[in-house]
Design a protein around this ligand. Structure first.
Ligand code: NDP
Length: 332
């Protein structure tokens, strides 16, 4: 098996040299274990938190031990009665080509008419996060004016489409021109944050949503939050999903200077972690999976080839290198 480890807990944006590719022969399969040949690996922004050496809501990666992450693969040997050779499964033994792990936490994919890697993106954890934050945290209603940051990413691109489908007016913030064009094709008012101050971004949001913002789906923090705060309507709701702007910060970032708008406009701002809502995953799949299969929900993937490219795929998340879900393909 070939797998990645990290050799240290980094400060700031990790260097490529932090990630080491190791090779080890696999031991015999123990009772209750399965061996899986991975087809697809997920890299996600939350993994940066696992590289901090501190326990947040997930334990840190252990130094010099195989890293973990969501993956889709095929069972090639099984010592568990629930799983058999040939099953296509999702599991957390990512960052490696062949995973040998306990069958607990290995789940056969629901068979549907979508490509298997959709279960790492639009129908997996990022999709579930989008649905949870929009519906259960922000309590988005038809007619709301919705603002989404990192709107062309894995989570954001589903948030904007679920909100559009509810009959909301939706503004999406993103970086590159091709991302803004995709958002526009989805009926979203695109707004670039590049080379803008918080004030300039706020003005651009106002132009795109003259009636203010009722729901802000927060993926970024930084100037996006500051700009959004100035455009909120009374009684607005903010679902704090992520703050990727600060994940590599080497010192505490200055707070938004206009945080008092939360008070003045009687806003509710609430953080959430998707794993606490996983009992609703079935409900999410029932609603969203037919729409993905029918092509009514549009999703994009940015795919890097080969296990060696996994760290680069991860690091590009912080430079906007992905549109939609960032994936690594091991299919060659
Ligand atoms: P994305 O697919 O959105 O990838 C990250 C994107 O963020 C990049 O493509 C880039 O797009 C944007 N970005 C990166 N750095 C910055 C920056 N400094 N300022 C502005 N934009 C930036 O990732 P995910 O969809 O997987 O995750 C989105 C957010 O949701 C993250 O914050 C993540 O941590 C959070 N999350 C939270 C969960 C929870 O349970 N609360 C679960 C899953 C995800 P661009 O080119 O537009 O800049």
């Amino acid at each position: 098996s070939r797998f990645f480890t990290i050799t240290d807990y980094p400060n700031g944006l990790p260097e490529r040299e932090l990630f080491k590719l190791e090779t080890q022969p696999l031991p015999d399969l123990n009772p209750g274990e399965v061996r899986i040949r991975n087809h697809w690996l997920s890299v996600d922004p939350y993994m940066r938190g696992r590289m901090s050496g501190q326990h947040t809501y997930v334990a840190p990666f252990r130094l010099d031990q195989p890293m973990e992450g969501a993956a889709i693969g095929e069972v090639i040997a099984s010592n568990d009665e629930r799983l058999k050779e040939g099953d296509i499964v999702s599991h957390m033994g990512g960052w490696r080509d062949i995973a040998q792990i306990s069958a607990d936490g290995v789940y056969p994919l629901p068979s549907t008419d979508v490509p298997e890697q959709a279960y790492l993106g639009v129908l997996g954890m990022p999709g579930m996060t989008a649905w949870t934050g929009l519906n259960r945290i922000a309590e988005c209603r038809p007619g709301d004016n919705v603002l989404v940051s990192a709107a062309s990413g894995a989570v954001g691109s589903l948030v904007v489409q679920l909100a559009k489908a509810k009959g909301c007016h939706v503004v999406g913030i993103a970086g590159a021109a091709h991302k803004l064009a995709w958002l526009e094709s989805l009926g979203v008012e695109p707004v670039s944050y590049r080379d803008r101050t918080a004030k300039e971004l706020s003005d651009a949001i106002q132009l795109a949503s003259p009636e203010g913002i009722d729901v802000y789906y927060e993926n970024v923090g930084g100037i996006c939050l500051e700009a959004a705060l100035s455009q909120l309507n009374e009684g607005a709701r903010i679902a704090v999903c992520g703050m990727i702007d600060s994940y590599n910060a080497e010192k505490p970032a200055p707070g938004p200077s206009n945080l008092s708008q939360i008070l003045v406009r009687k806003v509710r701002m609430q953080g959430f972690i998707v794993s606490d809502h996983w009992d609703h995953y079935g409900e999410f799949l029932k609603e969203v999976s037919p729409q993905v299969a029918a092509g009514d929900i549009n999703y994009k993937e940015t795919v890097k080839e080969g296990l060696e490219s996994t760290p680069d795929a991860f690091l590009e998340l912080f430079k906007g290198g992905n549109t939609g879900k960032m994936l690594v393909s091991l299919n060659d």
